[in-house]
Design a protein around this ligand. Structure first.
Ligand SMILES: [Zn+2]
Length: 152
């Protein structure tokens, strides 16, 4: 169903534990991993972009079972937020096996408009520099315990 909605997903590179193509991996993968690829795909469909990368991580030895961390690149903050919201709706529709619920063409059109607005926003400030450990450092800290991750 996912690939019917977004055929371009077959071209996604996916670094998974099995060395599967993304399409094959999708037959049995975590929903947050689909979410990750979808957010990237939606951004790419809405505006021309450099290669965007994403990563889905979890470590239930440290975190409550069921918590995932999804990281995605973005160039346009407003578009990224729009893509997250739309990806959420698409995943929910897939879960209910109700593809009619999302009019992909219309939603992508709306997302392109959001992307245009995002590009026109005067000086969206970059994310704040934090004193606390950055995500990058946290990831490093985690690597001392078995970690399941995907570098989609
Ligand atoms: Zn992946």
């Amino acid at each position: 169903m996912l690939f019917r909605l977004f055929p371009h997903l077959v071209h996604h590179k996916c670094d998974n534990d099995h060395g599967y193509t993304f399409r094959r991996e999708c037959r049995s993968t975590e929903i947050p991993h689909l979410f990750e690829h979808l957010i990237i795909e939606l951004q790419a469909q809405a505006q021309p972009t450099e290669v965007l990368r994403g990563e889905t991580q979890w470590n239930w030895r440290v975190d409550p079972r069921g918590r995932f961390y999804v990281f995605v690149d973005y160039e346009n903050e407003l578009l990224a937020l729009g893509a997250i919201r739309l990806a959420e709706r698409v995943i929910r529709a897939l879960d209910r096996r109700d593809l009619e619920e999302v009019d992909t063409e219309k939603e992508l059109e709306r997302l392109r408009e959001v992307a245009r607005l995002g590009r026109e926003l005067p000086g969206v400030p970059p994310p704040p520099v934090r004193d606390e450990p950055s995500v990058e450092e946290e990831r490093t800290a985690w690597s001392s315990v078995p970690l399941f991750s995907d570098h989609g």
